[in-house]
Design a protein around this ligand. Structure first.
Ligand SMILES: [Zn+2]
Length: 145
């Protein structure tokens, strides 16, 4: 028996193939409201037609996922600029010299190096003093508690 195959374009935009005799619902959304685009005489030509028909949407999906990746990368960068307390504490430790003193100049340059505009070195130290983890050693440096 000669079977006829159909290329179906679903309302969701997905194209898929089906036997004409037993029309199936969309494998992507489950809808059976798709419209027959073409009739084909072999499963091979059907497969080609399905692939060609879905190509633009596959490309746009790829672009969408690339955009999503880019957006999440930017979100991570924003997060870094905003600076959580852990990140600030890490940079403060990095700025601590071998004598155990944290110098405000060093902290300021380390913050800048890591791309932080907020908080400033003064703000970060002020916060740490309030938290009781630093105390002033002299006008320019602090000890860890
Ligand atoms: Zn669908």
């Amino acid at each position: 028996m000669d079977e006829v195959w159909i290329l179906v374009k679903c309302i969701c935009g997905n194209s898929f193939g089906s036997r004409k005799a037993s029309f199936s619902s969309c494998p992507r959304c489950g809808s059976s409201k798709g419209k027959t685009q073409r009739e084909l005489q072999s499963p091979e030509s059907l497969a080609e037609a399905v692939a060609a028909s879905n190509l633009p949407s596959q490309i746009s999906q790829e672009i969408e996922s690339r955009i999503a990746a880019e957006q999440s990368r930017r979100a991570t960068t924003r997060e870094k600029v905003r600076g959580g307390p852990e990140a600030i504490h890490r940079i403060m430790r990095q700025s601590t010299g071998s004598d155990g003193r944290l110098s405000i100049k060093k902290l300021s340059s380390e913050l800048e190096k890591e791309g932080y505009t907020e908080p400033s070195a003064e703000q970060a130290i002020g916060q740490a003093e309030m938290e009781g983890i630093l105390y002033r050693a002299d006008s320019e440096s602090w000890y860890w508690l």
